[in-house]
Design a protein around this ligand. Structure first.
Ligand SMILES: Nc1ncnc2c1ncn2[C@@H]1O[C@H](COP(=O)(O)OP(=O)(O)OP(=O)(O)O)[C@@H](O)[C@H]1O
Ligand SMILES: [Mg+2]
Length: 255
């Protein structure tokens, strides 16, 4: 068996809000072409953990973090790393869709490419169409690309944000409950999309939906009270976990 290269290696990641210790020493490797799900009770630190990995946690007043996260060997927390540039390499889709309000649907998708200095209209249009198709939104918006992104429904805005994240081709894509605002059909499309995505990207997805985690994720991490209780191949976590806390959670005994 050939072992896969790790795209991201997180080592002893800790995060605080003031004195509150929200993430307590999480270490996990994320191999190329894989999907990892993060599960755990509400408030256990899943979003905070993801937000550390694209360096937005540190923007909350009073918040800080420590530890390392090596993206292709380079620590994302090193002083020379520009967080804005980093976010082009570690993209994020949030729980609540957040399209840029002043921008059209088209401009929302290509905003990252424009930041990179790409001006060629044909290239921008081609990328917008490809990413909107991947995000299962193209058919619904192809005739109104110049309307504001915020004119779309919540679920459509979420798919728009997924298209925007894909457009810059980040090696790592973080998704925080990306389907919680979607109907079952759109959710199924996004799940399918995730399967496609792992051909090119390393995906880390927070979800409360265990069936979804079991279906799409190669690996699953179970977090509780800021600690990584267990991490391993999804089929083991969901059928034969080593920790009794994991078993209690996945069988619905608490959480
Ligand atoms: N801005 C903040 N200031 C202070 N504490 C915060 C802040 N954001 C989150 N927390 C606290 O940090 C802990 C972890 O929150 P986080 O949002 O990471 O949980 P979560 O696992 O994503 O929960 P959920 O499943 O409900 O989204 C919680 O106890 C929460 O109250
Ligand atoms: Mg959350």
């Amino acid at each position: 068996m050939t072992s896969k290269k790790n795209v991201l290696e997180v080592k002893n990641l800790q995060a605080w809000f003031g004195k509150f210790h929200a993430v307590k020493g999480v270490s996990t490797d994320y191999p190329e072409k894989s999907i990892t799900a993060i599960i755990g009770p509400s408030g256990c630190g899943k979003s905070t953990y993801l937000r550390c990995l694209n360096r937005i946690h540190e923007e909350v007043p009073g918040a800080r973090s420590s530890g390392q996260a090596l993206l292709l060997g380079q620590d994302i927390f090193a002083p020379e790393v520009d967080p804005v540039e980093l976010r082009q390499n570690i993209g994020m889709v949030f729980q609540k869709p957040n399209p840029f309000p002043a921008l059209s649907i088209f401009e929302n998708v290509v905003v990252g490419l424009k930041l990179q200095g790409i001006k060629n209209k044909a290239k921008l249009l081609e990328t917008a169409e490809r990413c909107l198709r991947k995000a299962a939104l193209w058919e619904e918006v192809k005739d109104k690309l110049h309307q504001q992104g915020t004119s779309l429904s919540g679920g459509q805005q979420q798919r728009l944000c997924i298209a925007r994240a894909l457009a810059v081709n980040p090696p790592v894509l973080l998704m925080d409950e990306p389907t919680s605002a979607l109907d079952p059909i759109a959710s199924a499309k996004i799940e399918e999309l995730m399967q496609d995505l792992k051909e090119d990207f390393t995906v880390i997805v927070v979800t409360h939906n265990m069936q979804q985690a079991a279906r799409v994720a190669d690996y699953t991490s179970f977090l509780m009270l800021g600690e990584l209780v267990e991490h391993g191949p999804s089929e083991i976590i969901f059928t034969n976990p080593k920790q009794s806390k994991t078993e209690d959670y996945i069988t619905g005994r608490f959480g």
